[in-house]
Ligand binder design. Structure first.
Ligand code: KG4
Ligand code: ZN
Length: 334
């Protein structure tokens, strides 16, 4: 079969990214322009600024990606793009760029759900096999997805309020350790000890999560200590918080694997970089003879390579769009 080269675009949040991916698994060229330094000044992503930055950079990022691959648009077989979910203004920049390329060069246009992209980042490492359970943990998502087969998704659980990455970022902001909070708190947790008692949120038999109560508990604890004039040990607070997150995530993931009788777990999304979550899941997988895989760290956070990987399988399933494709800020993965 002829090789298929997909040019993919991702712009759902604060990374402008373009990649060329061969046959859904080989990264030919990836360019990621992060806006993190700009948003750090505001302690979080400012949607209006994000979309303006995408607009400013998208053409340059696409050109650089083609140059890096030493390829021309004639050698590209299809265009894949993240159509949602995400920040609407940001998504629109990527979708319009992809539509334009598809129309000018007469290439098929493949719409990709951002979460499908995070999941298929695993395919860049090793071909995914099915059935499997995917745990998607990012700044915008905390979901357990059952995949019976290639490019079929059944959401079996998810967060009822904040996403896990979001709660990391908010806790970090409140205790004043910087942005983005995930990697910072993770580093602090490595040197801290479990000193503070925090509640395990939604500690029930469902596959759902709730992180807003945990975040509030941390914030209340920090304020109480402050009022009493007691200095909080921030490393220990980070460790106590991370331990609770790891406990609830590993417990629910293991339950899903057992109930569905599945022996494969893949982890996806920015929070998959978290060392505590990695260790916790590795342990339960070893204890239960479950094969566990993660994307390379560079493919955990937002990138277009994962969109090119997912786009290949979407295309094989006949998922294509036309010039009416629109960006959607909130959409389920089905
Ligand atoms: O997947 P991603 O790049 O963007 C979304 O689609 O949301 O994930 C970004 C999120 C941020 O909330 C960031 O704080 C979190 O991933 N993150 C981490 C770590 N590295 C990134 N959270 C916990 N531990 C980490 N090591
Ligand atoms: Zn993401």
């Amino acid at each position: 079969m002829k090789d298929m080269y997909i040019l993919a675009i991702e712009s759902s949040c604060d990374e402008t990214s373009c990649a060329i991916v061969k046959n859904g698994s080989v990264d030919i060229s990836t360019v990621i322009l992060s806006q993190i330094d700009i948003h750090t000044n505001f302690g979080g992503v400012v949607p209006e600024i994000a979309s303006r930055q995408h607009l400013k950079n998208i053409t340059m990022v696409i050109e650089e990606c083609l140059n890096k691959a030493k390829m021309t648009m004639d050698e590209i077989d299809a265009i894949a793009v993240t159509y949602g979910p995400g920040l609407i203004g940001s998504l629109l920049v990527g979708v319009e760029a992809a539509k334009m390329l598809s129309s000018i060069y007469n290439k098929p246009l493949i719409p990709v759900h951002h979460i499908a992209g995070h999941i298929y980042a695993n395919n860049l490492n090793k071909r995914m096999e099915f059935p499997l359970i995917a745990l998607v943990v990012s700044g915008g998502h905390t979901e357990l997805i059952y995949m019976k087969d290639e490019y079929t998704f059944e959401k079996i659980g998810g967060t009822l309020d904040d996403a896990v990455g979001e709660s990391y970022d908010k806790v970090a902001r409140v205790i004043g350790v910087g942005y983005p909070g995930g990697p910072i708190l993770d580093k602090m947790a490595k040197v801290g000890i479990h000193e503070y008692n925090l509640p395990i949120p939604l500690n029930d038999e469902s596959y759902n999560f709730s992180f807003s109560g945990l975040k509030s508990a941390v914030i209340n604890l920090a304020h109480n200590y402050e009022q009493k004039g007691i200095k909080i040990n921030k490393d220990n607070l980070a460790k106590s918080f991370q331990d609770v997150v790891v406990e609830v995530i590993t417990k629910k993931t293991l339950k899903a694997l057992k109930d569905k009788n599945v022996k494969r777990l893949i982890i996806a999304g920015g929070v998959a970089a978290n060392s505590g979550i990695r260790e916790g899941l590795k342990k339960i997988c070893e204890e239960n003879a479950i094969e566990c895989s993660y994307p390379d760290l560079k493919y955990c956070t937002d990138n277009a390579t994962m969109i090119g990987a997912a786009g290949y399988y979407a295309y094989k399933k006949g998922i294509v769009a036309d010039s009416t494709l629109n960006a959607v800020s909130s959409t389920n993965l089905t």
